[in-house]
Design a protein around this ligand. Sequence first.
Ligand SMILES: NC(=O)c1ccc[n+]([C@@H]2O[C@H](COP(=O)([O-])OP(=O)(O)OC[C@H]3O[C@@H](n4cnc5c(N)ncnc54)[C@H](O)[C@@H]3O)[C@@H](O)[C@H]2O)c1
Length: 390
Amino acid sequence: MSLRQRFGRALRLGVIGGGPGSWIGQMHRGAAEMDGWFRVTAGVFSSDPSRSREAGIGFGLDAARCYGTVDEMLRAEKQRADGIDAVAIMTPNDTHHPYAAAALDAGLDVICDKPITITLAQAQDLAARVKSHQRLFAIAHGYSAYPMTRHARELVRHNTIGAIRLVQVEYIQFALATRVEDGPQNNRLRWLLDPQRSGLALVMSAIGCHAQHLACFVSDQRVARVAADVGALVPGRRVTDHVSALLEFEGGARGTFTVTQAAAGGENDIRLRVYGEKGLIDWSHREASYLKLALHGEPVRTIGRGDAYLPPEIIAAGRTPRGHPEGLREAFANIYAEIAQERMARALGDDLAPLPYPRIEDGVHTMAFIEACLASHASGRWAEVASAAG
Ligand SMILES: NC(=O)c1ccc[n+]([C@@H]2O[C@H](COP(=O)([O-])OP(=O)(O)OC[C@H]3O[C@@H](n4cnc5c(N)ncnc54)[C@H](O)[C@@H]3O)[C@@H](O)[C@H]2O)c1
């Protein structure tokens, strides 16, 4: 019998945020339920209690489990025999820490959107709570959950490209290409453009964290030091829309890191190239189902999601045959599937090989990386990235 069959039911998920109009909200809900590991059971979908309840009913939830506040949801669900097992958080960034902390304290697992917090100290606090409550914590870094980025890391681990020399990562995007701060404001822009709410260095909270995580995930190394230029490409802008940095990884590899949301004409273009002593791995979100492997002196190979020669766990991270498009929602579903499997295995006392979904330790490293970029920019020198131990 499969793990899911032996566990006997889907895990019950309480959603926090992602109300009508939030595109990431429907991504999470769809991904959580895609493979039957989770069922969206309860939720708080707005900071306005009546709008929250209305939204939950609109999403098809039991009206009794559409709550007005997070506190109300955690208290009411605790009283139920069929209460929620986990929460998924996709609210404005400054609320991630209090909601995640409250959920962990209530004995729930957490799937949190990025950035997990707005300071390193808050991230360390969550890590301590995860450990003391023995809970699971996943982060919605979808790009490292594609079958092909997963396979890229396996190629690195199997020494296919040899010792890594250079990592080039970029995330180029258009969301702040115009002076949105001068146009009509909505709730989303209000919190995004307020540094107290969106977190350290807006562009890093928005997309830089994805680029850093992907680079570290595939190269299988943390960043040790950075020399960063942090600022705005759009004249007169007070929030950060651009970071370029030189990186030094713990294994000694060097790297370049460029992220901006001020790229007029740009797309959601996250791209990673990892150069080792024997060759290159090249992955782009534009062609997420393919991976280029160029070994020095050999013809370039294009590896496709679902290719029969791939390892079974990489094939299993896709759902349709090669050539049928899959995307970010399926990548998110891999994260949900993995945290669910780990929870069910723990509950049943099974041994389970470590699964690659992004964890709290990765979130702590991301916050340390962001703080190091800011410190480097402020001092005009290289800055050390604080290690997990603090
Ligand atoms: N992983 C990704 O690729 C990705 C992509 C986009 C956004 N995000 C993250 O998702 C989060 C939300 O971003 P967004 O663009 O959807 O923002 P948004 O402002 O469009 O949506 C936020 C949603 O949260 C709800 N909300 C606000 N305060 C709340 C509260 N106190 N309780 C419950 N619900 C509340 C709002 O009603 C809204 O529906 C951010 O942390 C962002 O970084 C992640």
